[in-house]
Design a protein around this ligand. Structure first.
Ligand SMILES: Cc1cc2nc3c(=O)[nH]c(=O)nc-3n(C[C@H](O)[C@H](O)[C@H](O)COP(=O)(O)OP(=O)(O)OC[C@H]3O[C@@H](n4cnc5c(N)ncnc54)[C@H](O)[C@@H]3O)c2cc1C
Length: 387
């Protein structure tokens, strides 16, 4: 078996990895098909994740977290993806534990940290981040949701789409225009909206080609009033919060891709050793051997790059262009490798009962969300060549 050991992993990380694996075996695998059919993971799963300490591994203990570092989060995300549950790595935990709680930790007021972080760690509060709109995805500066000042608070109007955790969430971090008189990024703010607010409604739980049990939703804001203390960071300063947190967001997605690659390779190596054709194991054909050798080499090289990025992020030194390279490289490699692995399964690879088929459909979105591959290339090129 090709295991997910890392040069930086200590005994403590191994214990965490083991905890995640046990959680998956007991709490995920037996129910997963049911959830895929339902299009959502039951709400109580969040509380189970919280009670096992899997929701806020790198949030300080005073806010209910485990007090670890980004490496602990990396172990959790990698492990879910490696076992074929990319939905946890990329969508559910990716957003709640990988991004939202760090927006609050790094940019929230003392009150916001106390109000949200402990209940996010326990799974009592599930969080979504609503940036994308029907007419604004890559072009985030084009958001049309508005939050207009009224007294001490804001009135929010607008519509969001493709929002992960959209059905299960209790709180949404909303990207809205607070100053329409200035162009682009300057008039954008982040607001914490509780899902029981008047005027907030959830739209469809969208049907997708993969990540079937991820609740990816439309959200609507119709004169939703929030108080001034709902502002996360400074007024009109939302864009810089988003930019500050992007390296972390992109690296979490890259870690999920690497985990998915490792899982796919594990299943494939096992399968080609067993499966016979023309009186011999598939693993004896030169094409199969070379293909697996190439894929493993790619995975190992990728692993070194990702480990390097994890080390940089852990000391606050991961720049946006390098994080974009990590996301670009790992998600593109995931697409190619998972496709090649599926090919080695032949017809069985196309059958839902084989996890490689799910890994194939779940992989596709990695090149789209969290910034598309084309946007990653733009960022890298801009860093090298300027605008
Ligand atoms: C399953 C899923 C979950 C998601 N979860 C969330 C979430 O939780 N929160 C959230 O806010 N959003 C979420 N998204 C939205 C996601 O981040 C966007 O779909 C993504 O950023 C792309 O935006 P878009 O769909 O509007 O595509 P568009 O921006 O319309 O892009 C269409 C195509 O044009 C290309 N393109 C656009 N601009 C350029 C350019 N300047 N140069 C070159 N090519 C360009 C793109 O690369 C792409 O190929 C999710 C999406 C999916 C599918």
């Amino acid at each position: 078996m090709y295991l997910a050991e890392r040069s930086w992993m200590t005994e403590e990380h191994e214990v965490l990895r083991d905890t995640v694996e046990k959680f998956i075996v007991a709490q995920i695998t037996p129910y997963y098909e049911e959830w895929e059919a339902a299009g959502i993971v039951p709400r109580e799963v969040w509380e189970k994740l919280g009670s096992c300490g899997l929701l806020s591994p790198d949030i300080p203990e005073r806010y209910g977290g485990a007090g670890g570092s980004f490496t602990h989060l990396a172990v959790i995300l990698n492990e879910f993806a490696r076992h074929g549950y990319a939905v946890f790595a990329g969508s559910m935990l990716g957003v709640h534990s990988g991004i939202a709680n760090h927006y609050i930790l790094n940019h929230g007021s003392k009150e916001q940290k106390q109000r949200y972080l402990p209940s996010m760690a326990s799974g009592e509060t599930v969080t979504a981040i609503a940036m994308t709109e029907p007419a604004a995805g890559s072009d985030l500066q084009g958001v049309q949701t508005v939050a207009e000042r009224e007294g001490n608070g804001y009135i929010i109007n607008g519509a969001k789409t493709f929002i992960s955790n959209g059905q299960n969430c209790d709180t949404v971090i909303v990207v809205a225009k607070t100053d329409r008189s200035v162009a682009g990024s300057r008039g954008i703010s982040l607001l914490m909206v509780d899902a029981n607010s008047d005027g907030f409604t959830r739209g469809r739980n969208l049907e997708k080609i993969g990540l079937h049990c991820a609740d990816t939703s439309e959200l609507f804001f119709d004169n939703v009033r929030v108080e001034g203390d709902a502002l996360l960071g400074t007024e009109h300063g939302g864009f810089s919060v988003l930019m500050n947190e992007l390296p972390r967001e992109r690296l979490t997605l890259a870690i999920g891709s690497l985990g998915a690659i490792e899982g796919a390779l594990n299943w494939t190596v096992e399968y080609i050793r067993e499966r016979q054709a023309f009186g011999q194991a598939l693993s004896s054909f030169q094409n199969t051997r070379f293909k697996v050798a190439e894929m493993m080499t790619e995975a190992r090289a990728l692993r070194s790059f990702i480990d390097d990025c994890i080390a940089s992020l852990s000391v606050g030194a991961l720049d946006s262009a390098t994080a974009s390279m990590a996301k670009l490289k790992s998600t593109e490699a995931q697409g190619e490798i998972v496709d090649s692995c599926l090919q080695l399964f032949g017809g069985y690879g196309y059958m839902r009962e084989f996890p490689i088929s799910r890994a194939f459909v779940d992989a596709r979105v990695q090149r789209i969300y969290g910034g598309t591959s084309e946007i990653m290339k733009e960022i890298i090129a801009r860093d090298l060549l300027g605008r």
